[in-house]
Design a protein around this ligand. Sequence first.
Ligand code: LMR
Length: 398
Amino acid sequence: MFQSLSALPADPILGLMATYRADTNPKKIDLGIGVYKDESGHTPVMTAIKKAEDILLNSQTTKTYVGPTGAAEYNDAVGLLILGQSLYNSLGKRRVTVQAPGGCGGLRLAAELIKKANSDATVWVSSPTWANHIPLLGSAGLKIAEYPYYDYATHSVRFEEMLACLSQVPVGDVVLLHGCCHNPCGADLSQEQWQQIRDVALKQGFTVFIDLAYQGLGDGLDEDVYGLRLMAEALPELIVVTSCSKNFGLYRERTGALTMICETPEAASIATTQIAAAARAMYSMPPDHGAVLVQMILNNASLRHEWNKELTEMRNRINSLRAQFVKKLQSIGVEQDFSFIEREKGMFSFLGVNVDQVQSLVKDYSIYLVNSSRINVAGINDDNIDYLATSLAAVLKK
Ligand code: LMR
């Protein structure tokens, strides 16, 4: 039977990670997959996670099943983190949060629910969007369309075109927005732009879907959910998928969630039964370990303080790397203007070079980045910034 299968190319992001690992060049630089790296190029386990793991090791008394919607304490803690206390209170039982196997698992759950609610729905994604959005949502059988988002020439959001496109999206369709730290371009919406999108969503009646994978890595834990809270306050319905991969450094533990805000508590309760059935049919129940650590940290003042401090250091490091990289390129005489990198948010920015130039960086200099020219800024450090800047300068001159 399996003779009929044909081989597929490697995933554009995960494949790059494998090639980087196999490269023996001591000067190699990994600007590919979106993982946080410290000054030594290491992706550490956060201190608060280590401490919570120590406590858990000595206190956990059972590993019995949890259930398809995951742990209630985790679900509440995540709901509170994204919404803040007052919105969390006012939404009450109109809001339901369900633990999921990472952000990807949450996206897939959301896709299943959208499909059940309206099998005809089109999901509108930004152009460009995260490389896995279209395969992931598409493989659930949803139709996908794109709205204009990033202007490669001006390195900013094509907001007028985006708004014009969204003004045509009908009720029954879904618009997927990046909550903060847009992946891949790093260009985020301003507060005024979020307000305008909220107004269009209210007028048109489409469903807003927010993918929030980087809360705390842009401007701050509360600042990064400005748009999400604006939507949650105003709209009758909202879908939010969150990930703890980056802001808790829990990548391989697959810790995420799907939050639904429904028009009524009854609708939310019905949606929960559908989500539970979808989870049961796909993977039965989400993995526990990461979620229990997140719950412990968010519900313990001292662990939470420690986590917040480390997250702040990570965010500040990324923001200062953005500034340093721009300065370095200027100081070695690169004529192109890269100042947009300093204005963008989160882990990613496009270098804005073409595929041949990307391939030259990869093959001639062992500098790994996605073909779109997306770089993970956190991969830059004091030891590699000179090599990176001079290699880029050389490739730009070719
Ligand atoms: C990325 O965009 O690099 C990360 O979100 C990792 C992934 O799974 O693609």
